[in-house]
Design a protein around this ligand. Structure first.
Ligand code: FAD
Ligand code: NAP
Length: 532
């Protein structure tokens, strides 16, 4: 006998998921400890301090709903909160709920082995510590493992290099510098206008052009805020109902795009464009189901690009030709306008890619560019990167890497066969990245905590998904994705941004029915799970 485990619950990660997990788990009387690789809380908002970093879900929504006192007392200042404000919020939550004493910072979890005799996880860290607990919750984040492509000569560059997802805490002064930025995803689209305004010259290397919708960020109107706060619970409930794909309060028009004539359609798109944000993609109910419908929205955006960018060649280069919305949509503040600046150049890296990095710069499109700094805005090994970054070993010593060799397989995105008592917050197979993630996090953490209480009450020591339930779930996730245009792009949803990664559509489309299913599974004695 190995004696009593050190803890009841171990949580990995102190972003919004880990913080809330600690709060709920501790509140339910479980001895809980969090390990966090960074030296502070906030996860995404701790690491991604690049210029322009900002939320694309409105701030009154992108915040916890679990405490009415918290949501009443916190004052957001802008329609879309900037990274520093969100990080202040995460720190405020940590202070307010006395969470810090439960977190061990600067400590990366490196391994987790399930002891089948004792029904407990043995977790090891890079500081040499080993701790045991029956339950392990991975709150490691969907977008926390950075992707730094293995460009030829990458480490030979003599200037400064930065990745948007690991930005220096002291900030970077680009004044007077020649800067190259690789990537045109959400991070780059936010960073480019800000860096361009500061740097001597900015060269943007674009492999795939991206659609972007204006955010129309602005200071929050205090009367409107008070109105929401007066009915915050109703506002949150309403959000859940409206939560149909892009993660925020989108006014969805329940009509197909071709049911309007061209003028009405144009007017609908234009009104939503003026409003800003994801509302644009709620213009019609079939934008992500019908290519013909999608093309009407895509062409509207291309026209805005052509209208905005002075040089027609540059404008064409910026016009995407894929389905709009099948990659995570971007919101911007002055992105396309930035290409009218004399100190900004767009380089097409589609055909030949980034050929190599040299001591002085980058070779792409057959040309040599010289830089003082290179910014990698090359994204993340999304959804599975951080999970597989830990050497997780379940029954019979099988590693999570082996179990997910052909792509992640889960039941409800919460658990995976062969790894008893292991919970994933916003894991693959759950709506996660296709939602306002704080909503998804709260739903998962509440479900996990309720499950832990139920197990305790019933005297159960283990919970594990059945293979049948998992197989059915994976099929369900694929079937739902197959009804849409989502799988048609080279997106990180499919793992296509990482060479060699199995290509599986990882998130589940549709949050409200999903949350309902999770509740029903629990209410039906944890249907699809073996309890031991
Ligand atoms: P994270 O915030 O990623 O936290 C995970 C934590 O786990 C990190 O701190 C990491 O250091 C830690 N960790 C990982 N592995 C280990 C380990 N082995 N040992 C110890 N610690 C570990 N979502 C939205 O809904 N709306 C938005 O507008 C939005 N904007 C975003 C902007 C950016 C730039 C990025 C990158 C993501 C954005 N997201 C957005 C997604 C965002 O990740 C989530 O909203 C949310 O912050 C995730 O919280 P989390 O706690 O699940 O994960
Ligand atoms: P991303 O969307 O994956 O974009 C990465 C960019 O780097 C893409 O343009 C990609 O080109 C390019 N790239 C990657 N590898 C390359 C290579 N080998 N050669 C040339 N180009 C390469 O990453 P991200 O911009 O960091 O965003 C990731 C996610 O984080 C977003 O989708 C979103 O969910 C979240 N996010 C949200 C916000 C927000 O507004 N709130 C801001 C930032 C991030 P290809 O397209 O050709 O692959």
């Amino acid at each position: 006998m190995a004696g009593k485990p050190d803890l009841d619950v171990i949580v990995v990660g102190a972003g919004f998921a880990g913080l809330y997990m600690l709060h709920r788990s501790r509140g339910a009387g479980f001895r809980t400890r969090v390990f966090e690789a960074g030296d502070g809380v906030g996860g995404t908002w701790y690491w991604n301090r690049y210029p322009g970093a900002r939320c694309d879900v409105e701030s009154m929504e992108y915040s916890y709903s679990f405490s009415n006192e918290l949501q009443q007392e916190w004052e957001w200042t802008e329609r879309y909160a900037g990274q520093p404000e969100i990080l202040r919020y995460a720190n405020h939550v940590a202070e307010r709920f006395d969470l810090r004493r439960g977190i061990t910072f600067n400590t990366r979890v490196t391994g987790a082995v399930f002891d089948e005799n004792e029904n407990r996880w043995l977790v090891t860290t890079d500081s040499g510590e080993s701790v045991s607990s029956p339950f392990l919750v991975m709150a490691t984040g969907c977008l926390s493992s950075t992707n730094l492509p293995d460009f030829e000569g990458r480490d030979s560059f003599l200037g400064e290099t930065y990745h948007t997802g690991r930005w220096p805490h002291q900030g970077v002064d680009f004044t007077g510098k020649r800067v190259g930025i690789i990537g045109t995803g959400s991070s780059a689209i936010q960073a480019i206008p800000v860096i361009a305004a500061e740097a001597k010259h900015l060269t943007v290397f674009q492999r795939t052009p991206n659609y972007s919708i204006p955010a129309h960020n602005k200071p929050l109107d205090s009367a409107a805020v008070q109105e929401i706060k007066a009915e915050y619970p109703e506002f949150r409930a309403d959000n859940l109902r409206m939560h149909a794909g892009f993660g925020s309060r989108v006014h969805h028009n329940d009509a197909p795009a071709l049911s309007d004539d061209a003028d009405d359609r144009e007017a609908n798109y234009a009104a939503r464009w003026r409003h800003g944000g994801f509302t644009f993609l709620g213009a019609y109910n079939d934008l992500l189901r019908s290519r013909e419908a999608n093309e009407t929205a895509a062409e509207f955006v291309r026209q805005r690009i052509r209208e905005t960018v002075d040089d027609p060649k540059v404008a064409e280069l910026l016009c995407p030709d894929n389905v709009i919305g099948c990659k995570r949509p971007c919101l911007d503040t002055g992105y396309f306008e930035t290409y009218n600046r004399a100190n900004v150049e767009l380089v097409d890296a589609r055909k030949r890619g980034i050929e190599r990095i040299t001591p002085n710069g980058v070779v792409a499109g057959g040309r040599q560019f010289e830089f003082d700094c290179i910014v990698f805005a090359t994204g993340f090994d999304a959804m599975t990167g951080a999970l597989l970054g830990v050497d997780v070993r379940g029954r019979d010593g099988v590693t999570l890497k082996q179990a997910w060799d052909a792509g992640p397989r889960t039941y409800l995105g919460l658990c995976t066969v062969g790894f008893p008592n292991l919970f994933l917050v916003t894991g693959p197979g759950s709506p996660s990245v296709l939602t306002n993630m704080i909503v998804a996090i709260e739903q998962h953490v509440d479900w996990i905590t309720d499950c832990l209480r139920d197990l305790r009450r019933e005297g159960c020591g283990t919970i594990e998904a059945t293979r049948q339930a998992q197989d059915d779930w994976v099929e369900h996730v694929n079937t739902v994705a197959g009804l849409t245009l989502y799988p048609t792009c080279n997106s990180w949803y499919l793992g296509k941004n990482i060479p060699g990664k199995p290509q599986v559509f990882m998130p589940l489309i549709g949050f409200p029915p999903y949350a309902q299913m999770c509740a029903e599974v629990a209410a039906n004695g944890y249907r699809g799970f073996d309890l031991g």
